[in-house]
Design a protein around this ligand. Structure first.
Ligand SMILES: NC(=O)c1ccc[n+]([C@@H]2O[C@H](COP(=O)([O-])OP(=O)(O)OC[C@H]3O[C@@H](n4cnc5c(N)ncnc54)[C@H](OP(=O)(O)O)[C@@H]3O)[C@@H](O)[C@H]2O)c1
Length: 302
């Protein structure tokens, strides 16, 4: 398959690029080709690459900064997907687009289903929701909504905590916002499932919107405790101890953008249609911290 991967050096796109290149011809496009002023050149690039599939991982992802850089967030999160959707439709090819749990307002107290009403609270959420709506214009779309992404190599809450564990004696963490941390490995696995379906079982009814997140839910405070406990169980000494992590309410932690207090995603649709399992978030955190320590150890050796 020839795949046009929108995004190259991001948390998800860098892993996808590496994994998909084993089996497919991947053209990964970085941010310098993605601004709308260069859309003609992007279109030429797509025409030359002749992709069988477009995967859009690009996003203006800085949730608080998006409240200030509204136009840029709109361009990357809504107008770029609009162009990619219309381009893929005119080429008659499918598009896989990544979206977010932040399209929901968090007023529900049970996991959000794919059909639940979107009501984003932030510029990031609103522009991502608009992006989804544009992508749906191509009937051959897969929209994968995910949450609280982490990996061993890119900025995320997990890596921030690993760093703060060695720098801080005490820290306040929000304990009343709930979600499901999801490893990039899990999302990459789901994308590979879709690719397999596209390659071997051409069933059009599988197109649509899916929630892909790790099993289970947590809040930021319990998540931080889990990270510190894993470090402790691995014998890694930290300045920050679990009893020095102070749980606080989100109302006492100022952030420019409003986030949903509850944004756990229901993943049964994906599991049923793709006959696939998803891992537990805490096991993925353990695996990722181990991976990150091995990487750190190896880099010290070299
Ligand atoms: N991170 C999360 O916690 C989270 C949670 C839910 C959903 N998601 C969604 O998951 C997807 C992947 O997220 P991620 O964590 O991999 O994001 P990321 O690490 O921030 O990477 C974002 C990607 O978008 C591109 N990009 C960023 N700013 C850009 C700009 N101003 N102009 C053009 N391109 C720009 C980057 O291009 P380069 O390759 O040139 O760097 C990069 O490939 C996104 O759709 C995001 O909305 C993320």
């Amino acid at each position: 398959m020839i795949i046009l991967l929108i995004g190259k050096n991001g948390q998800l796109s860098s892993v996808l690029n590496k994994e998909l290149s084993i089996m497919h011809k991947v053209f990964a496009v970085d941010r310098y080709r993605l601004c709308l002023s260069k859309i003609t050149s992007l279109e030429k690039f797509i025409d030359q690459a002749k992709p069988d599939l477009i995967i859009n991982t690009a996003a203006y992802n800085q949730v608080d900064q998006a409240e200030i850089e509204k136009d840029l967030a709109f361009e990357i999160n809504a107008l770029l997907p609009k162009f990619l959707s219309s381009k893929s439709q005119s080429l008659g090819i499918p598009i896989i687009h990544i979206s977010t749990n932040y399209i929901f307002d968090g007023s529900k107290n049970s996991p959000y289903e794919e059909e639940d009403q979107a009501n984003p609270l932030s510029v990031y959420g609103k522009t991502k929701w608009l992006g989804e709506e544009f992508v749906r214009n191509n009937p051959k779309h897969f929209i994968l909504r995910t949450s609280w992404l982490f990996s061993s190599h890119s900025p995320s809450f997990l890596l921030t905590m690993l760093k703060l564990a060695h720098e801080k004696h005490t820290i306040n963490i929000v304990s009343d916002q709930w979600g499901s941390p999801t490893s990039t490995k899990t999302l990459v696995g789901a994308i590979q499932e879709i690719l397999n379906r596209l390659l071997y079982k051409k069933s059009p009814e599988i197109y649509g919107t899916y929630h892909v997140a790790c099993n289970g839910k947590t809040n930021w405070y319990d998540y931080s405790i889990k990270i510190l406990s894993v470090l402790e169980s691995m014998g890694i000494k930290t300045l920050l101890k679990t009893d020095q992590v102070i749980p606080i309410s989100h109302v006492d932690y100022y952030q420019k953008a409003c986030r949903p207090n509850y944004s756990v995603l229901a993943t049964m649709k994906y599991k049923n249609i793709f006959q696939s399992k998803l891992p537990d978030w805490d096991l993925e955190v353990e695996r990722t911290i181990l991976e990150s320590s091995i990487r750190c150890f190896n880099s010290k050796l070299n």
